[in-house]
Design a binder for this molecule. Structure first.
Ligand SMILES: [Zn+2]
Length: 357
């Protein structure tokens, strides 16, 4: 997102901090005897923080929310981590260098042990990447990240895999604007014939986002960070490099410069979860695109978009937070063998089960 938007949102988020929040009583994963793959979409009010926990209780956090706010986002992440039965973050992935994605790192590092850090590279790494939005040497968040990650950082490129001790795989499909190569003999994706026109190239760090696909047997989950239009299209045109997806994190908090229609139609998600805030993301156009997708059986939102009409939001029964201050996550539990997955609002809210493809 643009910097002025980031600052505007930092102020709004600050004003909303903690007011009206009520702690919930979680049903812990361990107490329920659940040992499958779990995914938590932590509510960081229009930032991103997605926690993936393997059946072996290895934890992967993709993005860490906003800085400041009295440690609001790190606290929310740590609560989800404990609800998942974990004591530490084994892998922390930063999809790109925007403060709603890596701003929570310093606060997290004060609260919990972080094993390894994965990112797309820093300007000083000398790998030839582009860093339009820093982090610059005098950026306090960049300084905090470098300090927390010192000696434990690795760079992710398209085609890399996170080294998980699990049957769960985590593959990088794109990073720094590059996608995995097209396999020899791959057939063209017919949906590309009707793809909308490209946008002007996106010079921001959004286009550089790391894209991670998790798989456990039949189940696939995709998180594209804040990836934008042209690179999304590269992932499915002329050849589909992604495959069918069961659970999809709506890209870029639901902004419509992301969520390319041909990309969405190709990956054909069964369930989509949008990590929007009450006043960030969740655009009417994006909601329309998901409502028009025949594959989508449920469209979850962390918040109702307060700035658009009811008709431009999804089903209110699938909103995680009625309170604009939020704090309630959306939790997904994948059955053994990946045959199905259950989506729950918060630690103790209503849930629905969906078959995997
Ligand atoms: Zn973002």
């Amino acid at each position: 997102m643009a910097k002025f938007q980031v600052y505007r949102w930092a102020v709004v988020v600050g004003m909303a901090a903690w007011l009206g929040m009520a702690p919930s009583t979680p049903r812990s994963a361990a107490a329920e005897g659940e040992a499958g793959l779990q995914i938590y979409f932590v509510d960081v009010l229009g930032g991103a923080a997605t926690l993936v926990v393997t059946p072996e209780r290895e934890s992967v956090l993709i993005d860490s929310g906003w800085p400041g706010q009295g440690g609001r986002d790190p606290e929310r992440i740590v609560r989800a981590l404990k609800d998942a039965g974990c004591e530490r973050i084994d892998h922390l992935v930063v999809t790109h260098w925007h403060m709603d994605h890596f701003g929570g790192v310093a606060g997290l590092a004060e609260r919990v042990e972080i094993g390894r850090f994965w990112d797309r590279g820093l300007p000083e790494d000398g790998i030839g990447g582009v860093y339009p939005d820093g982090p610059k040497p005098d950026d306090p968040l960049g300084i905090a990240y470098r300090k927390a990650a010192n000696g434990r950082r690795s760079i992710l490129k398209a085609g890399d895999k996170l080294p998980l001790r699990s049957d769960v795989s985590a593959v990088v499909l794109a990073a720094s604007g590059e996608t995995i190569p097209t396999p020899a003999g791959a057939r063209p994706n017919a949906l590309c014939d009707s793809a909308p026109a490209d946008h002007e190239p996106d010079g921001s760090d959004n286009a550089q986002s790391i894209v991670l696909k998790f798989r456990l047997d039949d189940f696939d989950f995709l998180d594209c960070g804040d990836l934008t239009w042209n690179v999304e299209k590269k992932l499915v045109c002329p050849v589909d490099l992604v495959g069918a997806i069961d659970l999809f994190q709506v890209t870029h908090h639901g902004q419509d410069i992301s969520n390319h229609p041909t990309f969405l139609a190709t990956i054909a998600p069964t369930v989509a979860v949008m990590d929007n805030g009450p006043r960030k993301g969740g655009s009417a156009e994006t909601v329309r695109r998901f409502k028009a997708l025949p594959s989508v059986r449920a469209f979850y939102q962390l918040h109702r978009n307060a700035e658009t009409a009811d008709a431009d939001n999804g089903d209110p029964a699938l909103f995680a937070n009625a309170d604009p201050a939020g704090g309630r996550y959306i939790r997904v539990a994948v059955a053994a063998g990946g045959k199905s997955f259950t989506v729950r609002l918060g630690a103790d809210g209503p849930e629905r089960t969906f078959p995997s493809k």
